[in-house]
Design a protein around this ligand. Structure first.
Ligand code: XIL
Length: 372
């Protein structure tokens, strides 16, 4: 009893201190100080890197990449025409540097992309014989995936194989090999690195007909015994379209196939869209005009706010489905170097990303971080 009397005040004191410590506000928690730490329990957050990022030639960009992102995608340097410019020549200078940068920062590294009809290179587009195409594809996939085995963690194995109505797009691969080229691409990638995640990647994947096409394509691959781990929704979106409901339906339908869902090329275009162009087919373009390029002097506050709200709504949805989503990658780092300054109209001033031309975080960045 005596001992209890002696220790009771001490116990009360310990209890009070412990309880108080919990309530005293600490410095802002470290995990809120960057996107990758804020979202670490939800999904990877990343960016597509261009040549100058890979060469770390702009210190402001290098700092953002290291601080904010835990996954990177090669914006161009791993595309066929750059990495495999001639039948017997590969160019790994920049792709090696890209992979090394990811290793240095302990990032989830994405290879983009193995089999795609765009940025393909003339020599491959001219192939006519099925046997020759098979040999070329095997050499392409096994050389590249083999080189980065264990270092590139996920591959966009096939990019943009579908038309807007969900049918298979007419490409040199479909022409020469028929639809078996899809399984062949996935099988070759799985053989070259059995541990790497393998994805089908495309744009406009919220469009109902194309969505149904993806569901068919993934099912067929699964039934054929091919290894497919995820669907990459490019997510080149606008301020109002696609709707949050359309995005949600796609997340649910793709996830129901038993594959991971990821947003692989996210940006939010703030400029008027030329009527003739829908989606992200890089072979399309329209003429520039003053009407199509209204914000050369800066982004008006009202549009900045609208974009911030749009990003917030999108990330709120992503968080709701964080159990299905494994990665969200922005297609670029800062507004000044986004492909959207040249697509679908060349030479415009666009503002699609979450860091501005001076590499400062925009309102959208603050709102995305604020959700955590
Ligand atoms: C774009 C790059 O961002 C540009 O620099 C390049 O000139 C053309 O390609 N879908 C894709 C990406 O899968 O590879 C494209 O990237 C954008 C659309």
């Amino acid at each position: 009893m005596k001992t209890f009397k002696l220790f009771f005040p001490v116990l009360v004191l310990i209890f009070l201190i412990a309880n108080c410590a919990e309530k005293i506000p600490q410095n802002p928690p470290a995990e809120k100080s960057s996107l990758k730490t804020a979202y670490k329990d939800d999904f990877y957050i990343g960016a597509a890197l261009n040549r100058s990022h890979i060469n770390e030639s702009v210190p402001e960009a290098a700092k953002i990449i290291e601080k904010e992102f835990n996954t990177i995608t090669a914006e161009n340097v791993m595309k066929w025409m750059h990495i495999h410019p001639g039948r017997d020549s590969f160019n790994f200078d920049l792709s090696d540097k890209f992979v090394a940068l990811g290793e240095k920062n302990n990032m989830f590294v994405i290879g983009h992309t193995l089999v795609w009809h765009s940025q393909l290179g003339r020599w491959a587009r001219d192939i006519k014989e099925p046997e020759e195409m098979k040999v070329v594809m095997e050499n392409h996939v096994s050389t590249i995936v083999g080189r980065y085995k264990g270092k590139v963690h996920g591959w966009d194995v096939v990019n943009e194989a579908l038309n807007e109505d969900g049918t298979l797009r007419k490409t040199v691969f479909l022409d020469v090999l028929g639809e078996d080229y899809l399984k062949l691409a996935f099988d070759l990638a799985a053989k070259a690195d059995p541990e790497a995640e393998l994805y089908y990647n495309d744009y406009s994947l919220t469009n109902p007909q194309k969505r149904a096409g993806v569901v068919r394509l993934v099912r067929q691959l699964q039934e054929s015994g091919a290894k497919i781990d995820g669907v990459g929704m490019q997510a080149h979106w606008g301020l109002t379209s696609p709707s949050i409901e359309e995005i949600e339906t796609s997340i649910l339908e793709y996830s129901a196939l038993g594959v991971k869902v990821m947003f692989t090329e996210l940006d939010v275009d703030v400029l008027p869209n030329p009527r003739s162009i829908q989606g992200a087919d890089i072979n399309q373009s329209a003429e520039n005009s003053e009407l199509l390029n209204p914000y050369t002097a800066g982004l008006p506050d009202s549009i900045q706010a609208q974009q911030a709200q749009r990003y917030e709504d999108i990330f709120r949805l992503f968080l709701k489905h964080q159990d299905k989503i494994t990665r969200v990658t922005f297609w670029g780092v800062d507004d000044g170097h986004s492909w959207k300054n040249n697509f679908p109209v060349r030479g415009r001033t666009n503002y699609p990303l979450i860091f501005d031309r001076e590499y400062r975080p925009k309102e959208a960045y603050v709102r995305i971080l604020g959700l955590k």
